[in-house]
Design a binder for this molecule. Sequence first.
Ligand SMILES: *Cc1c(COP(=O)(O)O)cnc(C)c1O
Length: 406
Amino acid sequence: MAFSIDKIRQDFPLLLQAVKGRPVCYLDNAATAQKPQVVIDALTRFYTEQNANVHRGAYYLSQSATDAYEAARRRIAHFLNAASPSEIVFTRNATEAINLVAAAWGRTFLKAGDEIILSSLEHHANIVPWQLLAKEKDLIIKVIPLLASGDLDFEAYTQLFTAKTRFVAITAVSNTLGTVVPLESFISYAHANEVLVLVDACQAVPHFKVDIALWQPDFLVFTGHKLFGPNGIGVLYGRAALLSSMPPYQGGGGMIERVAFEETTFRAIPERFEAGTPAIADAIGLAVAIDYLAAQDTALLEQHEAALLRHGLMRLQAVPSLRILGNPTHQVPIVSFVMEGVHPHDLATYLDSVAICVRAGHHCTQPLMRCLGVQSTVRASFAFYNTFEEVDHLADTLLAAYQFFK
Ligand SMILES: *Cc1c(COP(=O)(O)O)cnc(C)c1O
């Protein structure tokens, strides 16, 4: 293979750390990804050389910080292939981006009896904001069922639509099963019924190209820290006409045109949705993470991830008493499993004893756990910087765990 995994790993200082005297085996990328040195350096450089508030000062530093912040917005618009940087709103994370849409769009445009469609695969972040809104506005939530494979049931989805359907909020990739949802069909079906769609792209952007022009979602969100960027920065994409039709989410500085006690008028998009001082350094850091990815041969990274997944599935299938959940048509390298008779937390603790970092629990997808008939799973989630040796280390340790717990 033409790319050197060792060279890539050198870019991620945390991957070179030892935990409990062993090289760390980081397989919890779906919870948060590690950051390349260039991202860490960008944060330090901003605070060392450029720190000032944006949009306010007439002085050089503030101009320079503003320029860098707006350049980051343009970089993200380009990354998503959005029509304009004004369609990119910086938020704290994906959760805040979804809450923004539920509050600003949902409260304004939905009324009692309207229906929202969610899927069985959703993260709590794409369920709870809609439930809060449904309670407040008397809306009805319908759920796309899951097939035994871990894919969504498209046929059943089409049957959920009625004259009252107004909105679909759906994930591009399951953070628990790794299922890649064939979004183009889901979105075009909704659009054919004049229904808007929000896409949760948190687990898609780290693994493959997400193209707004191709999917044509009305809203799309992702979170920076899972895309090798800093914590505390998220992105909301919204179609310009839609965002422009929405009232502010939060009020404060930075989002107003003119304030008087009688009446306040608001700025155009995207500033209307960025009340208060934004996470300037983190937005810049996220753009650097995207630059880092763009400088790689992404086709090779995707091939490597696919090979890791194939190897991982093969090795895990050979572990006695281990059951892998789902077998989706298309999958990113995220795998959930349970070992018969062993509590997922005990299994994760056993793996931790040899420096393997995996997640045990419900992965913020309790409704999906119910569909799968389990309380919790162990989840191993890989990034392009993971190695075949790490996959083998996981599988060998699971074999040892089987002997240990038997
Ligand atoms: C992590 C995740 C979220 C929430 O991201 P935050 O950074 O916690 O806001 C939402 N959806 C999916 C699919 C996720 O994996």
